[in-house]
Ligand binder design. Structure first.
Ligand SMILES: *Cc1c(COP(=O)(O)O)cnc(C)c1O
Length: 463
């Protein structure tokens, strides 16, 4: 499989080069040259496979530059860190099916992709006798998942900046208690935006970027999308074996990464098996507005109790736009230029096409809390606030007779404050979180000053 850019400005490359490139050199996003679609008969072959074996089948459709045994080992290692034998188990609750994506090391769905990406980087760097210094900024979830993805890797150091005092105590401990010598936590005296701006500037300094082999783990890396395709197919197969022909998915969405993986899964499976994708946002609703009206226009970011979705510009949206524009890179390039200049894009003539795959709903804070409370009372099952956003939208769009699968993207104990607000008490801490308080933590506090941070990275970089 070769990969191209949504903006058409690069020669086709293989999977390995696509992973190493991250963002395409022309500023676009990387996509497979053509999306594979499997035959109905494959579904029978796949139905009794373990998560890992299914992952191997799916990855093999997209990856042809890694030997099969290397890929098998990569998958084995990546999902051995999950606490559940099925990796992403599915559980029926009331009228819904909950797809639990939070059994990885940091208890959020980003582990599914970042455990895999970390191991892919490791293998590719070995092949190339190269090293990498990963630099990223986090407001919470991504930082710890990225750290757990590469901890202990010989050829990688990781530097994660977070705003001092502005991430939850659990999120901070999840990052700073990792004792591996290749992990460097930096608490920046400033906001998340300050930290993010510094990271952008570091990557913009091309000499620095090259000299220190900077790498990124953000959600635009194709390997992350690919890893997430697997659980959509896995969930579909589980419901298929219970006698259902087609299913819907409800997906709490921020960067359009997770739900784009659902779109790829929908196109991978024979027509109609995945009926539609319910896109759920919190009050940061640019994507919900796009699906309901066809207008993609930036609003102001507001802070919510589902902070990992407090996003206005969805970095993966361009991938979907490519298909919406009939795989025409010139149109995508023009659209993105227009959007970057004006902050909005009128795609309403294509609204009909969007509606074939998506419906959407934005969910208020009150609705999110009420959903956590009611779901707990009715089903003795605690939702985290992100999952609750998806469940609220899922309930609204459920068709009787067709299963609605809601993606549970984080363990409720990671967002204890919201849960307490909803049900009046703290969620029980799972062992993985309860033990954190006793562990030593390591973190360097620095000013929101690019020179200070550059110096710290230079002193500790893998070279
Ligand atoms: C990142 C995240 C999301 C949003 O995922 P996207 O791929 O950005 O749409 C939802 N829930 C949780 C818990 C997350 O960490």
């Amino acid at each position: 499989m070769r990969y191209i850019s949504t903006r058409g400005g690069i020669e086709p490359i293989g999977f390995s080069d696509a992973v190493m490139m991250g963002l395409a050199d022309d500023g676009g996003l990387l996509l497979p040259k053509s999306l594979p679609r499997v035959e109905r008969t494959w579904v029978n072959r796949w139905k009794n496979l373990s998560y890992q074996h299914l992952a191997h089948e799916i990855f093999s459709l997209f990856i042809d530059d890694l030997p099969g045994t290397v890929l098998e080992d990569l998958i084995e290692t990546s999902y051995a860190t999950f606490r559940h034998a099925q990796v992403t188990p599915i559980t029926p609750r009331g009228d819904l099916y909950i797809l639990e994506l939070f059994h990885g090391p940091t208890l959020a769905f980003k582990d599914v992709a970042l455990q895999f990406l970390g191991n892919v980087f490791d293998v590719l760097l070995q092949q190339r006798s190269a090293v990498m210094n990963i630099v990223g900024a986090t407001s919470g979830d991504t930082g710890s998942a990225a750290i757990y993805g590469v901890r202990g890797k010989e050829r990688i150091n990781i530097f994660i900046l977070h705003p001092e005092g502005r991430v939850s105590p659990i999120q901070k401990l999840q990052m700073t208690t990792v004792a591996d010598p290749n992990v460097f936590n930096i608490a920046v005296r400033g906001t998340f935006d300050d930290a993010q701006a510094i990271v952008k500037e570091l990557f913009g300094d091309l000499r620095f970027k090259e000299q220190y082999h900077l790498g990124a783990v953000n959600s635009i890396n194709w390997a992350r999308v690919l890893a997430q395709v697997v659980y959509y197919v896995y969930a579909w197969l589980k419901l298929h074996s219970r006698g259902f022909a087609s299913v819907d998915f409800a997906v709490p969405t921020g960067n359009f990464g997770d739900i784009f993986a659902g779109y790829v899964a929908k196109r991978l499976l024979p027509e109609g098996l995945i009926n539609r994708l319910v896109l759920a946002t919190n009050t940061n609703d640019i994507l919900a507005r796009f699906v309901t009206s066809g207008h993609y226009s930036k609003g102001r970011v507001s802070a919510t109790i589902s902070p990992s979705m407090d996003i206005q510009v969805a970095s993966n949206f361009e991938r979907y736009l490519y298909y919406l524009r009939g795989e025409d890179p010139a149109r995508v390039r023009a659209d993105m230029e227009h959007f970057n200049a004006t902050g909005s894009l009128d795609l309403s003539p294509l609204h009909e096409v969007v509606s074939r795959d998506f419906v959407a709903r934005s969910v208020t804070e009150e609705e999110t809390l009420a959903t956590i409370r009611e779901f707990y009372q009715q089903h003795q099952y605690l939702l985290d606030p992100h999952t609750a956003v998806g469940v609220r939208a899922g309930l609204e769009f459920r068709d009787p007779g067709r299963p609605m699968i809601c993606l549970a993207t984080a363990h409720p104990a990671k967002f204890g404050e919201a849960v307490r607000k909803a049900i009046g008490r703290d969620p029980e801490l799972p062992p993985a979180l309860a033990g954190l308080k006793e562990e030593d933590s390591r973190c360097r506090v620095l000013d929101a000053d690019i020179e200070q941070i550059k110096t710290y990275i230079m002193e500790n970089a893998r070279t």
